[in-house]
Design a protein around this ligand. Structure first.
Ligand code: HEC
Ligand code: HEC
Length: 187
């Protein structure tokens, strides 16, 4: 029989293929069990609540607040606007200050500007409001106008109300004062 070695080779190959298949089947089913045994992370459940700790974990999309992409999270409650008349420190000198009072119903349109009722220089004393600074009267050529500059007319373009919202992403921003005091040799 000239084909005997061939038959042996075919037989061996078949046995080997069977072994590989068996090993694959065993390994595959094992890892399936492992995956099932891992408890689902708490926030992976549907309707997961937002938690500040989720901001510390590395995420692909921080806006999803840790909810996996294949699940729908429940949105956090709307931030509450603070009305405490407490000014917040500015992060840098030319930052538009945040508004320390609510602005609900304050109309700003072509005909009237409710903000300027209190924040115009002429009315500031009556309402005990800080008048808008001189930059608000300057046009783009740095010329001073008698009335508020059209560039500064729509206040909420730059000024926002203060809310109790938590930051969505962590920030390592340091203002200039903390940078200077961190320098060796500074008093
Ligand atoms: C009824 C009067 C009044 C109106 C109307 C008003 N404000 Fe004020 N605003 C104040 C007073 C008073 C303060 C000083 C802090 C306080 O008492 O809340 C102030 C403070 C501010 C500050 C903080 C300034 C700083 O130096 O930190 C900003 C910014 C501001 N207002 C923006 C606005 C904007 C924008 C509007 C319109 C959407 C507006 N205000 C409408 C009275 C008013
Ligand atoms: C284009 C952006 C921009 C717009 C629009 C704008 N502001 Fe400002 N505002 C600023 C910046 C920047 C500052 C801080 C630097 C400065 O005083 O120029 C500021 C400062 C202020 C301050 C504090 C002034 C001080 O002396 O501390 C008040 C009050 C204010 N703005 C009110 C208003 C009101 C009211 C309006 C709408 C009529 C308005 N702003 C529109 C950018 C803007």
């Amino acid at each position: 029989m000239r084909s005997k070695p061939l038959l042996v080779a075919v037989g061996l190959t078949a046995v080997l293929m069977g072994l590989v298949f068996f090993a694959g089947w065993l390994f595959g089913s094992r890892s399936g069990e492992d995956a099932a045994a891992v408890p689902a992370p708490p926030r992976a459940s549907a309707g997961a609540q937002w938690h500040p700790d989720s901001l510390l974990e590395p995420q692909i999309d921080a806006i999803r607040r840790g909810v996996p992409v294949d699940q729908e999270g429940s949105p956090p409650p709307l931030a509450r606007v603070e009305n405490a008349d407490l000014k917040r420190v500015r992060a840098y000198p030319m930052q538009p200050p945040t508004i320390p009072h609510t602005i609900d119903g304050y109309q700003v349109d072509k005909n009237s500007n409710r903000c300027m009722l209190c924040h115009a220089r002429a009315n500031a004393a009556t309402f005990q409001a800080p008048p808008v600074s001189v930059t608000h009267y300057m046009d783009r050529d740095d010329q001073f106008l008698a009335t508020i500059s059209p560039r500064r007319y729509f206040c909420s373009q730059c000024h926002v109300v203060q809310t109790d919202a938590q930051p969505l992403v962590a920030s390592g921003f340091q203002d200039i004062d903390s940078l200077i005091s961190a320098q060796p040799g500074s008093e």
